[in-house]
Design a protein around this ligand. Structure first.
Ligand SMILES: Cc1ncc(COP(=O)(O)OP(=O)(O)O)c(N)n1
Ligand SMILES: Cc1ncsc1CCOP(=O)(O)O
Ligand SMILES: [Mg+2]
Length: 207
């Protein structure tokens, strides 16, 4: 499985003229095998309906569907897992709710948060924020490539770097030590999510 992780944003997809299911289907068709449904402004009902639609698509392609923040939605759509950050439901509680067979990803923004997560029952870490991004307003301070390397050296868990990653800088992120790259606008905001995904996978495989 390649290390490209699509994190969704339906606002960005709509601005580019796409529906979110179209973006996810095109990304999966191109080979993306990690998809996170991340929606900050949807009603619970709309979030759930989108989750059901994405579950059908990801299941068809054998891709993992992870739900951002919302354990209830993850359970309702039988998603593969949940991604939580430092201000979300504590990961220990997420585990007790979703069970041992599901995936939990935790955001790490600095070395202190990494230390606090050592030995925890987690499946991967999202390392944020690498570069400047317009996609998320409440970002942590930028880690850059050096900060990313320092964190990746201190963990044996799989790491997905996130924040401002695109086709121009993705290889430098992998060379810095991340096992994968997570992107929003570099797929959702592109004219062809399929072509953008193919390019990112090709670059990833070429490192
Ligand atoms: C893969 C990945 N890494 C980090 C994040 C950020 O999560 P969080 O800090 O909880 O912020 P929000 O995404 O909830 O705004 C992520 N979503 N995915
Ligand atoms: C969810 C998230 N967490 C840290 S930065 C970010 C958004 C990344 O979006 P983009 O890939 O468009 O920079
Ligand atoms: Mg969160």
């Amino acid at each position: 499985m390649n290390g490209l992780y699509l994190v969704t944003d339906s606002g960005i997809a709509h601005q580019a003229g796409h529906t979110l299911p179209f973006v996810v289907e095109e990304a999966c068709r191109a080979g993306v095998r990690w998809v996170q449904l991340r929606e900050k402004d949807l009603t619970t009902r709309a979030f759930l309906e989108l989750g059901v639609a994405l579950k059908h698509i990801t299941q068809h392609y054998g891709a993992k569907l992870i739900i951002n923040d919302r354990v209830d939605i993850a359970l309702a759509v039988d998603a593969d897992g949940v991604h939580v950050g430092q201000d979300d439901m504590p990961h220990q509680l997420v585990r007790s709710l979703i069970g041992p067979g599901k995936i939990i990803g935790l955001s790490i923004n600095n070395m202190d948060e990494l230390k606090a997560a050592q030995g925890a029952d987690l499946d991967y870490l999202g390392i944020a924020t690498i570069f400047q991004t317009g996609t998320k307003q409440d970002t942590s301070s930028l880690l850059g490539l050096d900060g990313l390397t320092a964190i990746c050296q201190q963990t044996s868990l799989p790491t997905f770097a996130i924040g401002g990653i695109n086709a121009t800088n993705s290889q430098s992120v992998v060379k810095a030590g991340a096992s994968g790259v997570a992107v929003v606008s570099a797929i959702c905001g592109q004219t062809s999510p399929y072509a953008a995904s193919r390019e990112l996978i090709k670059l990833f495989n070429g490192v």
